[in-house]
Design a protein around this ligand. Sequence first.
Ligand SMILES: Nc1ncnc2c1ncn2[C@@H]1O[C@H](COP(=O)(O)OP(=O)(O)OP(=O)(O)O)[C@@H](O)[C@H]1O
Ligand SMILES: [Mg+2]
Length: 256
Amino acid sequence: MTVSIAMAGKGGTGKTSLAGLIIRYLLKHNLTPVLAVDADPAANLGLGIGLNAELTVGSVLAGFNENKISIPSGVVKESFLNIKLNETIVESRGIDLITMGRGEGAGCYCFPNNVLKNFIDQLTSNYRYLLMDNEAGLEHLSRGTTGQVDHLILVSNHSIKGIRTLNSILNLVTEMGLDIKQKWVVINQAPAVIDPLVYSELDRLGITVDAVIPQDSQIMEYDWHQKSLLDLPDEAAAAASMNELMAKIITPDQER
Ligand SMILES: Nc1ncnc2c1ncn2[C@@H]1O[C@H](COP(=O)(O)OP(=O)(O)OP(=O)(O)O)[C@@H](O)[C@H]1O
Ligand SMILES: [Mg+2]
């Protein structure tokens, strides 16, 4: 069975960076093959892990809708679309990446998201791990596009607003009865000392923190120099803390 991991949390709290560090862990421990899905219309997961996705699912679907793609005679429409969607997969050692992107022009993303979901459902069975990096907010959860999730990684920064967003996500998960096996709360970009006000807000909301990932200048430097987070050394503070969390998440019974 494919183990699925999905990211959620307020904008800019570090979902994509931590998704990169999760992929890094899985590759280092040969927990492969991994399928990474960049489900954020403002896609940038590929950039963080050194994979360049030129074709996105959104652009393929938009081209298809606008009849920019001519289907060879004798080919069924759906099969042709599936071939085109397959072309959006960027393959690398142990990891493949598929980028949702956005459709061309204005409009509703429900259709591309639904097509992506069906396509991903078929695709995922080939992988040991599925990692979904989502856009900020609750949209993807409320639309149900995230699907069944084994591990939901809820990311907040060191702020009350970030923690309240996590609380809203947790409430939504309960209200919608989403199929999520385990939830992990992560405070990212944390200073050396967590402010007591942050802890009291967590207590007030009854949220238990599973991991604290420190503010790590190397994450910024890797961004500036466009280096892959997969190459971050184990000594990097954020990588070390993320490794500890991953060792808790990936238990031996999940390994085939
Ligand atoms: N632990 C960390 N230490 C230092 N910088 C970090 C850390 N985590 C993330 N960052 C930086 O914070 C910024 C936002 O991170 P990131 O893009 O991962 O957030 P996000 O939640 O995915 O944002 P969005 O909601 O826009 O998708 C980036 O510049 C990233 O390099
Ligand atoms: Mg992001």
